[in-house]
Design a protein around this ligand. Structure first.
Ligand code: NDP
Length: 421
């Protein structure tokens, strides 16, 4: 059917690319590109050695910080869709290149600058903190600003098709379509009950992960943001197939788009589970300055502490063989149907070792990589179409929900869920 160019070959991309190769009726050709082309070549060899996919796979070297390099690559590969699974730092350069070439764009995380001390970015950020009332470094304004340009060019950008954001927002569109006339509250619960056996490691890119977790929390209530100190709000929750876990309220990117796209929603919160040992390690690293994102001088050379820390921590892509246990990610909704109050939970449970057996990765990469393939498929097959910049909850959720069941992330609707107080 068509050709996808995937930018990035890290933990998430490795799953998405293998799922594209499994779905060879849709993805005839897959080009994998990043700065380290040997990683892309290794994945190509792995898929080819398995001999199960008819997709043609090619690789290329690209620095996605350079719009010119990206344009040259897109012109030579001629993809139907570009799937951005590099880092949020590259979102805008890749969106610019897609625009210049008239090619559809898909990603899994919203824009965040690499250098948060950059004065030009900082001035816009500080204005936004005051106007909107949350202080996270990432927000959708940068990418939503491409709406008119993408519309005029007649191309589609799909933002945030991972699990959260991604599946959690599709769950919301599905709940609204089939279970509610009005959704009042949404609690998004992200539980990783897996154990990798290391004292400390992150399940996806450490820099992005630690920035997210060490930031202030926030939630949406009655039309505005309420900000909390990091980890200030804690709850316990008994997760299906995982058990009782501590979870903490975080700011998360889909709160922003759901607040905009789900009419009349009164409250949206996001909780993620963490063990005490993870939090103690993180606090200690933060206290000694290892989470700093600005350059410091060390023996005559500039280093960025969080990047140095990343070099010391286990590569998330290497956690696959060691991680046992399950993830349980989903959303609890309350609202009204046919004049009566109702509550439901939609969730998926994913087993780390099952993922490893199938694609050689742990469940965090798997639960992000599978929806990245599905979102790209929605655009490639024309099941989701429209000119402009969209979040996933703006489309018909049904084909996506069906694809989740088919491609490894089956979901459950619980009509009598345990609530979060
Ligand atoms: P990794 O760090 O494992 O991989 C990042 C990849 O991006 C690497 O292959 C790297 O390759 C490539 N890359 C980085 N900089 C550049 C550049 N300048 N040019 C070209 N390629 C580049 O990250 P993950 O796989 O863990 O995460 C990927 C994305 O998925 C992130 O944006 C993350 O935020 C998002 N994510 C989304 C989730 C969701 O549920 N929505 C959950 C988890 C992650 P190289 O260095 O060789 O260039």
């Amino acid at each position: 059917m068509g050709k996808v160019l995937v930018i990035g070959c890290g933990g998430v991309a490795q799953v998405a690319i293998q799922k594209c190769a499994q779905n060879d009726a849709v993805f005839d050709e897959i080009c994998i590109a990043s700065r380290t082309v040997s990683k892309c070549d290794d994945l190509k060899k792995k898929i080819e050695a398995e001999g199960k996919s008819r997709s043609k796979i090619t690789t290329a070297k690209v620095n996605a910080d350079s719009v010119d390099e990206l344009i040259a690559l897109i012109k030579s590969v001629k993809p139907d869709v570009v799937l951005n699974l590099a880092l949020p730092y590259q979102d805008l350069t890749i969106m610019d290149a897609c625009l210049a070439c008239g090619v559809h764009y898909v990603d899994s995380a919203n824009y965040e600058p690499e250098d948060t001390e950059d004065p030009k970015w900082r001035a816009i950020y500080e204005k936004r903190c005051k106007e909107l009332g949350f202080t996270a470094y990432f927000d959708y304004s940068w990418q939503w600003a491409y709406q008119k340009k993408y519309k005029d060019a007649g191309i589609t950008a799909i933002l945030g098709t991972g699990f959260d954001p991604g599946v959690t927002s599709v769950f919301t569109a599905y709940a609204l379509k089939h279970y509610f006339d009005q959704i009042d509250t949404i609690d998004i619960l992200d539980c990783n009950g897996g154990d990798h056996g290391y004292p400390f490691a992150t399940n996806f890119n450490p820099e992005i992960n630690l920035r997210e977790v060490s930031a202030n929390g926030s939630y949406w209530e009655n039309g505005h943001w309420v900000e909390t100190k990091p980890m200030e709000i804690k709850r316990e929750y008994n997760f299906e197939q995982v058990g009782m876990k501590d979870m903490y309220l975080l700011h998360h990117e889909e709160i922003e788009s759901l607040a905009k796209n789900i009419p009349g929603v009164k409250r949206i919160r996001f909780f993620m589970t963490f063990g005490q040992s993870y939090l103690t390690h993180m606090k200690c690293l933060e206290n000694v300055g290892m989470l700093r994102t600005d350059p410091v001088m060390f023996e005559g050379k500039e280093i960025v502490p969080i990047q140095f820390l990343k070099a010391l921590l286990p590569d998330p892509a290497s956690l696959g063989p060691r991680t046992v246990g399950k993830t349980n990610i989903g959303c609890i909704y309350t609202g009204i149907k046919d004049g009566k109050k109702r509550a439901i939970k939609i969730y998926n449970v994913c087993d780390h070792q099952e993922c490893y057996k199938e694609v050689g990765s742990q469940a965090i990469s798997y639960t992000t990589g599978v929806p990245a393939m599905i979102g790209t498929m929605m655009v490639m097959t024309g099941q989701w179409k429209g000119a402009g910049v969209f979040n996933v909850e703006e489309f018909d959720p049904d084909p996506y929900m069906e694809a989740l069941n088919k491609w490894g992330l089956p979901w459950v609707v619980d009509e009598n869920p345990v609530m979060v107080d």
